[in-house]
Design a protein around this ligand. Structure first.
Ligand code: C2E
Ligand code: CA
Ligand code: CA
Length: 430
């Protein structure tokens, strides 16, 4: 029995308050464990809990939270003490096995049990736990510092549903500095209109005519350097700020099309990348339409690109939203096809207009006759289901010929142009 007397309990879960947890854990970690055991601070939360609350309501959300507490704290003899600092966050001090296999098995069980016990009730969301772990090195470490580290590990999982937990490593401190630097550069750029929208042409190989364009963002830093998406997209996705970026790009594209229509020029359809993070927002489609409406332009000029991997991990919630976008009159494409391993069966039921074949297809086709057969077979299949197809990342005329031989007339790639700043694109193509 601990000597420390708990002052206050959380009404919802019956767990002690955060301050009481800290005191209890400080006391407990002084105890001797057997040689094959170690202390670990574990920080847990439910991925997309905000949207679960929005979709199912708070009462049902609270039931899910209680299920998490039952699995990870109440019915769990490894848990020494735990608390709910806020919302769906659970912190606990655990004794875990030093044997890596047993340790791994124990932690995987939290996620597996949480999913299997709740999947039936929460069919329209993908259930997943974010679980960060800090293993104590000795009893002198302060629990608050351990909590910080476990939380850092937990946050590093954002958006990655492939792992059941992450263990803290010192490298994360460096990652954290980089993350806050990039978010701060992004916020400054957003304020100063220093987010640039580049356009890459989509061209018909036979007619050599422009058939569309893809809008791709760049960030202009204060020292004038242009930052490429590879540097900031993953960070904006894991922090949720990608939503702001995508709306910025949308507004810029809607405005460009409006201007063209005003001067009597016929615009082409422009595609905008829609991060999978949007799909956790139950009001996603309403929010997009609200931003779109004031521009008074026909929706047929706008296509939304959603990456293939999102169709797999978030398939339950994605289809309905895409149907709504299509019903409004927007076009929808599956981006990076070939990188996410969606089943061929799913292709036949997805509400999409265009399949964008990832560059890897063209690359493999130049290297192997089998790769060529796969590409031409898939293109023919897509066309039979009535999808438009386009090959991405076509770099030279040999690759362009391959696309054509495989039955694809539309390409996007360096063979025509790299993404161009808006004024250059308009000057050259419109
Ligand atoms: P993506 O949507 O697949 O866009 C195509 C990427 O391929 C672009 O990279 C483009 O510059 C590059 N590319 C085009 N032609 C060729 C070629 O012939 N060869 C090769 N090797 N590459 C080519 P970029 O502009 O660096 O963008 C990278 C990714 O970042 C994009 O991939 C997209 O997923 C993401 N992204 C960029 N802007 C945004 C945005 O505003 N919102 C969201 N959500 N994602 C964005
Ligand atoms: Ca894209
Ligand atoms: Ca792509």
């Amino acid at each position: 029995m601990p000597n420390y007397k708990i002052q206050q309990y959380d009404k919802l879960t019956g767990l002690p308050f955060y301050e009481d947890f800290l005191a209890l854990a400080e006391e407990a970690k002084e105890k001797q464990l057997s040689d094959d055991e170690q202390f670990a601070v574990i920080a847990l939360d439910i991925s997309n809990f905000k949207f679960i609350n929005q979709i199912y309501g708070y009462e049902i959300g609270n039931q899910l939270l209680q299920s998490l507490v039952n699995i990870t704290v109440i019915d769990n003899y490894h848990c020494i003490t735990a608390c709910r600092p806020y919302s769906d966050h659970i912190l606990g001090l655990y004794k875990t096995s030093k044997d890596p296999d047993l340790f791994d098995y124990g932690l995987k069980k939290y996620n597996d049990k949480f999913i299997s016990e709740n999947t039936k009730q929460f069919q329209s969301v993908l259930l997943h736990l974010q679980c960060g772990v800090y293993i104590l090195k000795d009893s002198h470490e302060k629990i608050v510092a351990c909590v910080d580290r476990a939380n850092m590990a937990r946050r590093s999982m954002k958006g990655d549903y492939s792992q059941p937990y992450v263990i803290f490593s010192e490298e994360m401190y460096k990652g954290k500095e980089k993350t806050s630097e990039i978010i701060s550069i992004f916020e400054t750029a957003l304020k100063n209109n220093d987010i640039l929208v580049y356009y890459q042409p989509k061209v018909n190989i036979r007619t050599k005519r422009l058939e569309g364009a893809e809008a791709l963002s760049r960030i202009r830093c204060q020292d004038g350097r242009i930052m490429a998406p590879g540097e900031y997209i993953p960070i904006l996705e894991s922090s949720g700020r990608i939503i702001d970026l995508d709306f910025y790009v949308m507004k810029s594209v809607f405005g460009m099309i409006k201007q063209l229509l005003e001067i009597g020029s016929e615009p082409v359809t422009v595609s905008v990348n829609l991060s999978r993070i949007h799909f956790y927002n139950s009001r996603m489609v309403e929010d997009i339409i609200k931003v779109f409406k004031p521009y008074n332009i026909p929706p047929k000029y706008i296509e939304f690109e959603v990456t293939e991997s999102a169709f797999i991990s978030e398939s339950g919630i994605i289809s309905d939203k895409l149907i709504e976008l299509k019903q409004f009159g927007f076009l929808v494409s599956m981006d990076d096809f070939g990188t996410g391993y969606s089943s061929l069966h799913s292709l036949s039921v997805l509400p999409i207009d265009v399949v964008k074949f990832d560059r890897s297809f063209i690359k493999n086709s130049t290297r192997s006759p089998k790769g060529l057969k796969v590409l031409s077979g898939l293109i023919s299949l897509c066309k039979q289901i009535d999808f438009d197809v386009i090959c991405e990342g076509v770099e030279d005329s040999d690759e362009e010929q391959i696309a054509l031989d495989c039955g694809c007339e539309h390409v996007q790639g360096y063979v025509y142009d790299k993404p161009l700043p808006e004024d250059e694109f308009l000057l050259k193509y419109i």
